[in-house]
Design a protein around this ligand. Structure first.
Ligand SMILES: Cc1cc2nc3c(=O)[nH]c(=O)nc-3n(C[C@H](O)[C@H](O)[C@H](O)COP(=O)(O)OP(=O)(O)OC[C@H]3O[C@@H](n4cnc5c(N)ncnc54)[C@H](O)[C@@H]3O)c2cc1C
Ligand SMILES: NC(=O)c1ccc[n+]([C@@H]2O[C@H](COP(=O)([O-])OP(=O)(O)OC[C@H]3O[C@@H](n4cnc5c(N)ncnc54)[C@H](OP(=O)(O)O)[C@@H]3O)[C@@H](O)[C@H]2O)c1
Length: 617
């Protein structure tokens, strides 16, 4: 048959018609109507009125997708759209409450704020940056990098700044999410979208510590995630609370300029030695004592092949970190010995150094709390103007802190490096199928998400870096990339197989999480330390970390397990699940193009076309 006789124009209009039909005939009573494909087989019940739909296979129904947030995750989603979803009948809007992109790296600007993993691996795999000036990148440098990536991949067209999502409610009648969005002028509108992607970040809602009288303090009160760039710390009397990764970076910077600083600590921590795993080794290209790459190194990084090899090498090195996470392993034991020796040496033999060592040296394994290299942190604690105080904040007054022994200490400024709301609960109502409120659910139950990004009762919903995501498993950025591709696969299925909604099954989610917890039992994260990985508890379940390396995560989600989902077909396809097979032609044939080249593919091309390549065998 000559391709020209296959109609092309009617495809679009046929779709509009189908869409219209679904809108009119869709379930209006608000009850759940999903078809359990993949659950118990039922006796054939064929609809005799079934008719072929006159459209080629692969016809994409129009969809609108809203993504919340323009950090590393949201930006990755924009890149996927920009690169692979142009002309695919899919709209994307990225709502970002800030006036700029960047998320973490726009908001965290305290002195010393850097990524504490090598900058060359804290970048998208496909967007190397030969110009990182230092082994670690500052917040500003990462922010600049994100801007250059957004420009390169033309992401800005999707982003609406100063647009804050206030609620997201699943509407069973039309199989869409109603998203309420507040603009800068305070006005609120509703966007009706087929898919809602929550890329709002897990370390995004900073919070004040729960300390009596905190807000009665009349001096300067400052949080690490809302730094006041204009405040001059020179000559000030400072109290700094908390030694998570933020506090550890802040202390040595402030120690250089303040008159005096009391550092309040209530949990021990491991400080990793350099050279180490996330730290440079003797084999790294030349850099100075502050880890700035030399001009010669920056020159050789201009060769893409040299840079590629270097990035591969540090990534392989970093994955060694994960082996240490197995609690009873020899590498873990060796890490403890190495870290203990290094901390002892760095703190020195002065009374101050010995006291600091006594306070800080943990009795839990390395990595139980997020470990960090903390350049200069231990050294700062032995400075004359710095004092370490163990669990000593009783309450805060107008002028300072009352210690547990009743001593009143006066300060000009109190720095709270006390972290974020890491409950995983959305900060606004997210109401899914059957009225399930995600925030309430995750208050009463342990937060559980299938591979960290899908949740039962939340149809057509994804969250980046949800519960048990690969945030401490090698490379978070690779995990974010893999998640975005997984989302893409679902969007494609939704569009081309006449699917109205999909929802991960509860049994799949429970079994998945049983496996996660069982696996995490063998890791350091479940041992006896307080950390945000366990929602601020010592012995609660680990809700933040994935059970495997980030490479394992990529393998695990490479091929979506469609059998783990409830799938609700569009009205037009309810009679027969194969309605999307349509009129027996492909898109290309329908458009009059040649599909004959399939006849000439060599074996490798043919394999790539039909079989996904192994990623890491
Ligand atoms: C100080 C700090 C240092 C870190 N260092 C490292 C590191 O070295 N290595 C590492 O792997 N990870 C690090 N992390 C973790 C870091 O958060 C992730 O690596 C990554 O940046 C997360 O990106 P994201 O896009 O998922 O989230 P975010 O960067 O948090 O972005 C979320 C975005 O969503 C927006 N948003 C939230 N709610 C709404 C709403 N209601 N409406 C509209 N927009 C909204 C926010 O404004 C924000 O822009 C660090 C985190 C912090 C806080
Ligand atoms: N460069 C980096 O890579 C980097 C830098 C910063 C942050 N991060 C990321 O962000 C996460 C959060 O780091 P964070 O340091 O901001 O927060 P955090 O790890 O949660 O640390 C908060 C600190 O504040 C203390 N604290 C909290 N409430 C307190 C109270 N009421 N009284 C006294 N002390 C209190 C905590 O003590 P307890 O532990 O005893 O509760 C802890 O020492 C990190 O784990 C990491 O994932 C990364």
């Amino acid at each position: 048959m000559a391709p020209s006789i296959i109609a092309t124009a009617p495809v679009e209009s046929a779709f509009a018609e189908l869409h219209e039909k679904v809108q009119t005939n869709g379930n209006r009573n608000g009850s759940s109507v999903f078809t359990n494909e993949g659950s118990k087989d039922s006796a054939p019940h064929l609809d005799p009125s079934y008719k072929i739909i006159e459209q080629p296979i692969g016809t994409r129904r129009p969809i609108r997708v809203a993504c919340m947030g323009a950090g590393y995750s949201g930006l990755m989603m924009a890149i996927v759209f920009s690169e692979s979803m142009q002309d695919k009948n899919a709209e994307l809007v990225l709502y970002e409450r800030n006036e700029d992109l960047g998320g973490t790296w726009l908001e965290n600007r305290y002195p010393g704020c850097k990524c504490d993993i090598p900058a060359h691996n804290y970048a998208y795999s496909f967007a190397a940056n030969p110009e990182w000036p230092n082994y670690y990148a500052t917040s500003q440098q990462i922010h600049d990098y994100m801007h250059s990536v957004a420009d390169k991949y033309d992401c800005n067209k999707y982003i609406k700044y100063q647009h804050t999502i206030k609620s997201a409610i699943w509407n069973e009648n039309d199989g869409k999410w109603d998203i309420k969005v507040q603009q800068a002028d305070g006005t609120v509108f509703t966007d009706n979208v087929d898919v809602f992607i929550n890329a709002g970040g897990v370390l995004n809602n900073w919070k004040w510590p729960n300390i009596e009288g905190l807000h009665s303090f009349k001096g300067k009160l400052i949080h690490s995630a809302r730094w006041d760039q204009d405040y001059d710390f020179t000559g000030k009397k400072v109290a700094s609370i908390g030694i998570g990764s933020s506090g550890i970076q802040i202390v040595p910077q402030l120690a250089k300029v303040v008159d005096s600083m009391d550092v309040y600590v209530r949990t021990q921590t491991w400080i990793s030695p350099a050279p180490g795993i996330n730290e440079p080794t003797a084999k790294d290209p030349d850099m100075d004592a502050e880890y700035n790459f030399t001009e010669g190194t920056l020159e050789i990084f201009k060769d893409p092949e040299v840079l590629r090899e270097y990035r591969v090498a540090i990534m392989d090195r970093r994955i060694e970190n994960f082996k240490r996470a197995i609690a009873e392993s020899d590498v873990q034991k060796r890490a403890q010995e190495l870290f203990r020796a290094s901390m002892t040496e760095r703190l020195g033999d002065s009374p101050k150094g010995r006291k600091a060592l006594q306070y800080l040296l943990p009795d839990f394994p390395v990595g139980c709390r997020r470990q960090t290299p903390g350049p200069g942190f231990l050294e700062a604690l032995t400075q004359d103007n710095v004092e370490l105080n163990w669990d000593d904040v009783a309450r805060v007054t107008e002028n300072g802190i009352v210690t547990r022994s009743g001593e009143v200490k006066e300060y000009d400024v109190i720095v709270c490096a006390t972290g974020f709301d890491t409950s995983f609960r959305p900060s606004f109502p997210v109401i899914g199928r059957n009225g399930v409120d995600l925030g309430q659910l995750w208050e009463t139950e342990q937060p559980k998400a299938y591979f960290g990004f899908l949740v039962p009762d939340m149809p057509n919903y994804f969250c980046f870096i949800g519960p048990n995501s690969p945030i401490s498993n090698g490379s978070l950025v690779l995990g974010i990339q893999a998640t975005a591709v997984y989302v893409y696969k679902w969007l494609e299925k939704l569009q081309t197989e006449m699917i109205r909604s999909f929802e991960v099954r509860k049994d799949a989610n429970e079994e998945y999480n049983q496996h996660m917890q069982e696996y995490l039992d063998r890791t350091v994260w479940t041992r006896g330390c307080r950390s945000w990985y366990k929602r601020g508890t010592v012995d609660g379940p680990v809700v933040a970390i994935y059970g495997g390396t980030s490479f394992h995560f990529m393998e695990a989600i490479k091929n979506p397990r469609w059998e783990d989902f409830h799938i609700d077909r569009m009205e037009v396809a309810r009679a027969n699940r194969f309605a999307y097979l349509g009129n027996g032609f492909t898109q290309r044939e329908s458009k009059g193009g040649s599909a004959g080249a399939t006849q000439t593919l060599d074996f490798a091309e043919y394999w790539r076309l039909f079989v996904l390549p192994e990623i890491h065998n």
